[in-house]
Design a protein around this ligand. Structure first.
Ligand SMILES: Cc1cc2nc3c(=O)[nH]c(=O)nc-3n(C[C@H](O)[C@H](O)[C@H](O)COP(=O)(O)OP(=O)(O)OC[C@H]3O[C@@H](n4cnc5c(N)ncnc54)[C@H](O)[C@@H]3O)c2cc1C
Length: 160
């Protein structure tokens, strides 16, 4: 159950009551890309409870972003709903949300709207960002392509 909290400075665990150990360890995975999705699949059927959190509702096959940017594929062809990908795993829950921080002292993953999720083990698989080697102004000349939105923006700027 997810609880909402009023005071952001005092996030509360929502997966287990304080002092009450969960029956199995709770593994929280942040990110449903290659890393996070592979980790979740490896934990199928294991004696753990898994929660995978991503800001998107889909796993994106980034290597085929080029095909979307050049109209060879539609966005939906390279995006798989995370819940579909993991629906057969009875020990796994998928949450859509923006992770805003991690409280390692209290073992809490912090999300928007003052939601906090307690973890026993945490897997951070949030990917990487573009690097312009200290020249952010280069981004206008060489826009990055890591998301569907990036690919669609490039496609919309192309003239065939
Ligand atoms: C255009 C392109 C082509 C590529 N081609 C190849 C190739 O041919 N071969 C190859 O091996 N590799 C290729 N790669 C690299 C490969 O796609 C990446 O190495 C791989 O996707 C990284 O996986 P990841 O799980 O670390 O991160 P990602 O796949 O980026 O996944 C990170 C996930 O974390 C989520 N996330 C991030 N921050 C938050 C947050 N705060 N809250 C909630 N969710 C969050 C994101 O939404 C995302 O779903 C390519 C990459 C690109 C961009």
């Amino acid at each position: 159950m997810i609880a909402q909290k009023k005071d952001i400075s005092e996030p509360q665990a929502i997966e287990s009551k304080p002092g009450t150990p969960p029956p199995v360890p709770h593994v929280v995975i942040i990110g449903g890309g290659f890393g996070g999705l592979t980790a979740a699949k490896k934990l199928a059927g294991r004696p753990v409870k898994v929660t995978l959190i991503d800001r998107m509702n889909h796993h994106l096959f980034q290597p085929m972003l080029y095909q979307v940017a050049t109209t060879a594929l539609a966005p939906g062809d390279i995006a798989t709903p995370l819940r579909d990908a993991l629906h057969h795993q009875r020990n796994t829950t998928v949450l859509m949300g923006e992770v805003t921080g991690v409280d390692t002292q209290r073992q809490l993953v912090l999300l928007e709207k003052y939601i906090a999720i307690h973890y026993d083990y945490l897997i951070l698989a949030t990917g990487a960002s573009n690097n312009y080697f200290g020249h952010p102004e280069w981004a206008n000349l060489a826009p990055g392509m890591k998301t569907l939105e990036d690919a669609i923006a490039i496609k919309n700027g192309l003239r065939f």
